[in-house]
Design a protein around this ligand. Structure first.
Ligand SMILES: Cc1cc2nc3c(=O)[nH]c(=O)nc-3n(C[C@H](O)[C@H](O)[C@H](O)COP(=O)(O)OP(=O)(O)OC[C@H]3O[C@@H](n4cnc5c(N)ncnc54)[C@H](O)[C@@H]3O)c2cc1C
Length: 552
């Protein structure tokens, strides 16, 4: 839809309201707060809501001109009223307890299919279609791929391990940390639990995948959950792939990923409202200048609109990553190799869904779950090796989602009636180092590669289905790890700020902590950099609030 005068008026009103809000907050701003939160990502908002409700005065300071961080919906393409989840898009790890505690009105919607993986067999285009609800559908589809029922049975056995793991772990995520040995004892109850512990915690995930599964496509399907967002391979001795896998499978004990109705911005909006209702104040467009921390006092200096401010706080919560914090306290940030980000995200607006070469499957069915391309197990070993050697992989593994097939409320009615859809591509094995030297050139190359990957399965190129802006540009936007770091501060574009952590601590000394503590007694991490952080979960926000409340 072309933008109208009315729309322009709404936008300018919003800008006016922002400015008005800013003047109001600036006038009312105190010189001292109980808690200052640096960054207003969704976790900062969760922490603010809990602390405000506990009666503490809270101020959030955000560098961008919006709140929500990586949990945001934006009108990415100027002439079209389509609000895309620009970074994160699916929810699984957000605990029911936080939704209840904060009275959030969230509608998380199940997708009609879990996944679709196209493949070629005997010269014919086919697809592996897995269901979220219809086990028989999944069985038939796996049997059509492999020739018998063994792989389906084995896959069920394999996923039973993560189900058992989730049963033991999920409820502990909002509690103080437990030492590894004690955690292990909790699994020492039956053979399946012991096997879950061994396969998911003690040995590289690749071993269990290869022990349980034989088919390359099925193995690859499982492996993607261990690779999303990070740069790793099945036998990585760091076990970062195991940690990443666990976070993708334990959410609310089911591990199901759902579409937030209204887009990810609806989640941030609900949290923003909860934080504001609790009395929290927020400033955007903040240029943070200096932090003065000594364990007892916290002073924060920042500028907005050219005016310098200095504010004291009893507690400081840090929503951005440890990398950004290190810069402000003048310390050298020493990342682990596993902290490297490795994601390429493409946001698209389509005039119509493309038809598939696998003609048995309507596009609306194939694209409503997770559409996998070039994600075979051996294929991903190859692409990882090529990226490790500093090259863009020949075949770039990726997953594609069409959220408007589950929730079209993010499109204006005119776009809906004309058959428009949003499409998101999440690319793997594209580490930050590939883009560090010449981001613009590499971004273009990577975008082309990912579209090629998709086009091999389509009757018509994806480019032909893209909406076109008034200036003639195709409605496609790509974000490399360099772009993600620029926009949000996430270290080397790591979508979880840094490598995912275990849900327990290695030693007894840290037992009983919340995983949010820093070297300063009154400074806590409240974002994805905390232990058990990462993803749209609100968990570190909740846990940081609990740590502060334990002090007061
Ligand atoms: C492309 C992409 C796709 C993803 N997909 C999913 C998904 O589908 N599902 C899922 O669960 N997770 C997903 N994730 C991960 C998830 O979005 C993040 O882990 C989560 O949103 C982080 O939330 P947070 O509040 O901890 O931090 P952030 O969202 O990183 O918020 C930190 C805030 O700090 C601000 N900030 C940074 N520097 C400064 C500064 N100097 N001064 C002031 N403010 C500053 C940032 O602007 C930001 O608003 C994805 C992430 C990305 C990038």
């Amino acid at each position: 839809m072309e933008s109208t005068d009315a729309e322009a008026q709404i936008l300018s009103n919003i800008r006016f309201r922002d400015r008005f809000e800013w003047l109001r907050v600036q006038n009312e701003m105190k010189s001292k707060y109980d808690v200052v939160i640096l960054g207003a990502g969704h976790n900062g908002l969760v922490a603010a809501a809990y602390l405000g409700r506990a009666g503490l005065s809270v101020l959030l300071l955000e560098k961008n001109d919006y709140v929500g961080g990586a949990a945001t919906s934006q009108k990415v393409f100027a002439n079209y009223d389509a609000r895309l989840s620009r970074y994160s898009y699916l929810v699984s790890l957000f605990p029911e307890k936080i939704i209840r505690d904060l009275g959030l009105n969230l509608d998380l919607r199940r997708r009609a299919a879990a996944s679709f993986t196209p493949y070629v067999k005997n010269g014919h285009h086919e697809g592996l279609l897995l269901s979220n609800v219809d086990e028989e559908q999944s069985r038939r589809s796996i049997a059509a791929l492999t020739g018998n029922d063994t792989e389906h049975k084995q896959m069920k056995k394999f996923y039973n391990l993560s189900r058992v793991f989730a049963e033991h772990v999920w409820d502990t995520m909002l509690e103080p940390l437990v030492p590894k040995e004690e955690f292990k004892r909790r699994f020492d109850v039956d053979d399946v639990s012991r096997e879950a512990w061994r396969s998911l915690v003690e040995e590289p995930l690749g071993r269990a995948i290869e022990r349980y599964l034989q088919n390359d496509l099925v193995r690859g399907l499982v492996l993607t959950d261990a690779k999303i967002g990070i740069f790793t391979h099945p036998h990585d001795p760091s076990l970062v792939q195991n940690r990443c896998f666990l976070y993708h499978l334990i959410g609310n004990k089911t591990g199901e990923w759902k579409v937030p109705v209204g887009g990810m911005g609806a989640v941030a909006y609900e949290l923003e409202q909860a934080a504001r209702k609790s009395g929290a104040e927020m400033l955007t467009n903040v240029d943070l200048r200096a932090l003065d921390l000594d364990g007892k006092k916290c002073s924060v200096e920042f500028e907005v609109d050219g005016t310098r401010h200095s504010i004291d706080a009893r507690f400081l919560l840090v929503n951005f990553g440890r990398n950004v914090l290190a810069k402000f306290v003048g310390k050298l940030y020493q990342p682990h190799a596993t902290d490297e980000g490795s994601v390429f995200k493409i946001n698209m607006l389509l005039r119509r869904l493309p038809k598939l070469k696998a003609t048995r499957y309507p596009a609306a069915l194939a694209f409503c779950g997770t559409f996998h391309s070039d994600e075979g197990y051996e294929q991903m070993n190859l692409s990882y090796g090529q990226a490790r050697r500093g090259c863009l992989p020949n075949k770039t593994p990726c997953e594609v989602y069409c959220h408007t097939l589950t929730d079209d409320s993010i499109l204006a009615p005119e776009l809906r009636s004309q058959g428009f859809h949003t499409m998101t591509l999440f690319g793997l094995d594209t580490p930050w180092s590939l883009f560090a030297r010449d981001n613009a050139t590499m971004r273009k190359l990577a975008e082309r590669k990912f579209l090629q990957s998709m086009n091999q399965w389509l009757e018509e190129p994806l480019e032909d289905c893209l909406a076109v802006a008034r200036n003639g540009h195709l409605c496609i936007e790509s974000k490399s790890p360099v772009d993600i770091e620029d926009a949000l501060g996430m270290y080397h574009g790591n979508i979880f700020q840094d490598a995912p952590t275990w849900p327990f601590v290695a030693t007894k000394e840290k037992a009983g902590t919340w995983g949010v503590e820093t070297e300063y007694d009154n400074v806590f991490l409240c974002g994805s950099s905390a232990l058990r952080g990462g993803a749209v979960s609100g968990i570190p926000g909740h846990n940081a609030a609990r740590a502060v409340l334990a002090h007061v």
